[in-house]
Design a protein around this ligand. Sequence first.
Ligand code: GDP
Ligand code: PGA
Ligand code: MN
Ligand code: MN
Length: 610
Amino acid sequence: MGDLAQKPLLEKAPTTHAGLLAWVEEVAELTQPDRIYWVDGSEEENTRLTDELVAAGTLTRLNPDLFPNSFAAFSDPADVARVEEQTFICSENERDAGFTNNWMDPREMKDKLRGLFAGSMRGRTMYVIPFVMGHLDAEDPKFGVEITDSAYVVASMRIMANIGTAVLDKITETNAFFVPALHSLGAPLESGQDDVAWPCNPDKWIVHFPEERSIWSFGSGYGGNALLGKKCYALRIASVMARDEGWLAEHMLILKLTSPEKKNYYVSAAFPSACGKTNLALLDPTIEGWEVETLGDDITWMRIGKEGELRATNPEAGLFGVAPGTGWGTNPNAMRAIAKGHSIFTNVALTDDGGVWWEGMTDEVPAHLTDWEGNSWTPDSDKPAAHPNSRFCTPISQIDMLAEEYYSPDGVELSAILFGGRRKTTVPLVTQARSWTNGIFMGSTLSSETTAAAAGQVGVLRRDPMAMLPFIGYDAGDYLKHWISVSGKANPERLPHIFLVNWFRRTADGGFAWPGFGDNARVLKWAIERIEGKADAVETPIGYVPAGHSLDLTGLDLTHAHVEDAVRVDREEWDAELASIEEWYAKFGDSLPDALRAELDSLKERMAKH
Ligand code: GDP
Ligand code: PGA
Ligand code: MN
Ligand code: MN
């Protein structure tokens, strides 16, 4: 096996793409797998791989009467989230990575990685997954090939992206460029060594080479670290492609809103991880006459269309959603999609009848569960049954409310963009920006309390520009300039209206100031009515907030005074906020766009008069 009798295998490779063959051969020589397997994406292949994963103990097959064709995986307790500290942008020049990214010299990093990957697939199968982010028949399809030694990654990538033979054929026919995305669990098996259910390595490295457009990920099997089409490609590498090609790769959902007058509006929203994107994308409105359909829940690619409009598409094919809090009460649309099966759950709890459960799924808590760490669990246990960052991975096609426009390579024209974060105080429920540039300012100063989606402390306030802090693949100041320059090419009349939202503000007694979830449709309604010039607002130094009576509260047990409290701009809180924004902007140094500095200065002036 060592000398890789892989040559003959490569001769049988289902492609003649010289660059791809050379890369696969080079990786095989470095990582020394026992076998090379080209993923075709077929149903039979998926059945075989998931059977093998069940036999290996990585997957638990769920009760098919409850969740057909679905599986649960339980990770190593130290491999449950993205590892931002170990994520690197290795541009040629350190300046191009900017202050928001970890950087190392690309040559030094390559040497280090070659050392780690040397022999890292010994005893394992090396899977080659051809994939495309976005449409295969897009004008300029964004191809990738992930090499991985994890069958769990193959099964998950199959849900999250279009993979397999059709993609490989197109890459081969057109001799296309593809992003080489190399992944290893970093857990080689010596002969005779028993495998574990979730192999991984305590040493984790998630590395991007932006000029080369390549990805090397070592040591983790967790979604955002290992499904390389998602965060690594469709956000970090794509943001660099977008900078060079004049478009935007963003951490946003896309939804379609239909008014009682049957007018359609498309809205995107950027919230940090675990701050409500999937829930808003799948919103079930609680107000009569308004309808929501979904186009995407995590990643949006935007470009200026032929008429100067801002168009958006979702490059993904699946949902990788936060499980806890997703329930029949809060998000019935997600629950229906999940119940159709064909899903992989990671780090949720198991019910005694072979189903899954997590905090918030049902009002009634099961009397007994097996928790995500495999322990017997009862409601008296002092730990949550599901990990706070446990996830469901489900094909987007299973969403009943999927908008047909999801399938259009041209995407949809956006009417509104929301920026939002998780803030207990300070930030009103909703604020309309004064102008497009003022809206970019809102995005650039977006802030949120950290969540379990990334390793590290939870609940720490940090600035998260456009919810892209962990995903901007280049200098953050250049990224803000790019927003200004791309939108400068749009028809100003057709630019979306920008709103800042906060579903997570608390009242004095500690409860949420706003019921959230399906009731967020009321905020969307107000936003649309603002765009149409129909809803009243109060001008504050930070922008326009709803007048108490202008938010539709029909059927809610809330008063106008309650709304006024939820949108209050508190002078003391904002003095502290402005100081913190000032500190944030100082970090950009010369790289901060002048237009945004000017926005901060005029906000300070307005606040002083407030
Ligand atoms: P994403 O990671 O940005 O897609 O966020 P999710 O939609 O998965 O939500 C993350 C967590 O926030 C889940 O536990 C949700 O239940 C919770 N959440 C989402 N929307 C709301 C909301 O409007 N109000 C409140 N209070 N919680 C929400
Ligand atoms: P999320 O996606 O934004 O839905 O949490 C995963 C992540 O950002 O890690
Ligand atoms: Mn995300
Ligand atoms: Mn999500």
